[in-house]
Design a protein around this ligand. Structure first.
Ligand SMILES: *Cc1c(COP(=O)(O)O)cnc(C)c1O
Length: 233
């Protein structure tokens, strides 16, 4: 199957999952995760109408999407992998959104680098609901503190949009569902407490579990393998 066919099929599945969950049509955005795939593969997806992409690693993203920009292809890039502080400078130049903010120091550096270039960037806060990844807030008091600082206006170049999570890598659907439900609960609590923040986004669900995520309120699903095929990691 071609990338275009895979995309059409994934979008079809997303629309069906929205309908099954009695969600509004098109209330879920597809983030096409292109890590380990070439700029040509991304260009193929763009030709098929996909605009929103996700990448884990800043260096790879900068090379690949710099190439796309040079070809004048339209894209919106989100960084979805854990960010080292020294990669923030390049990340904020290429990305529209950093989905993987998991500590205050990274947020401070994002603000500093965005202020330098006069750019405002969207962020999501990553929460850790699975044991497989080390990324994400596990201490919800620390997350609350970061949200409070945002609500106080401490990061004028940063717009928090919601939360991101990676569910546990398991076949146990109940555990996956519980992870998504927990993320939504944390988001709901923060949104209620900090009404000046607009935490509408829930980025959750990957190739194997996006239907569950949509039924639990995901507004963005991050899908790689089902679109681009297996990765040669
Ligand atoms: C790789 C990755 C994805 C996509 O995973 P697939 O199983 O290939 O769909 C989603 N989110 C994050 C954070 C990733 O690193």
């Amino acid at each position: 199957m071609s990338i275009a066919q895979n995309l059409a099929s994934v979008l079809d599945d997303i629309r069906r999952a929205e309908a099954d969950a009695k969600r509004e049509p098109n209330s879920v955005r597809l983030v096409a995760v292109s890590k380990f795939h070439s700029a040509d593969a991304v260009a193929e997806a763009v030709a098929a109408g996909q605009v929103l992409f996700g990448e884990n690693r800043v260096q790879e993203a900068t090379a690949k999407f710099g190439d796309l920009a040079a070809r004048a292809l339209p894209f919106e890039l989100h960084i979805i992998g854990t960010l080292q502080r020294n990669k923030v400078r390049d990340a904020v130049r290429i990305a529209r959104c950093i989905q993987s903010v998991d500590r205050l120091e990274v947020l401070q550096e994002i603000e500093r680098q965005c202020a330098k270039i006069g750019k405002t960037i969207d962020v999501l806060f990553e929460v850790r609901t699975g044991e497989e990844t080390k990324a994400g807030f596990t201490d919800y008091a620390a997350l609350d503190h970061v949200a409070a600082l945002c609500a106080q206006g401490q990061f004028p170049h940063v717009t928090p949009r919601g939360l991101m999570t990676m569910a546990p890598n398991t076949d146990d659907h109940d555990r996956i569902r519980a992870a998504f439900r927990e993320t939504r609960g944390v988001r709901d609590a923060l949104a209620e407490k900090y009404t000046s923040l607009h935490l509408a986004e829930l980025s959750m669900g990957m190739s194997g579990d996006f239907r569950i995520a949509i039924s639990e309120g995901a507004t963005m699903v991050r899908i790689g393998t089902a679109i681009f095929g297996a990765r040669q990691a």
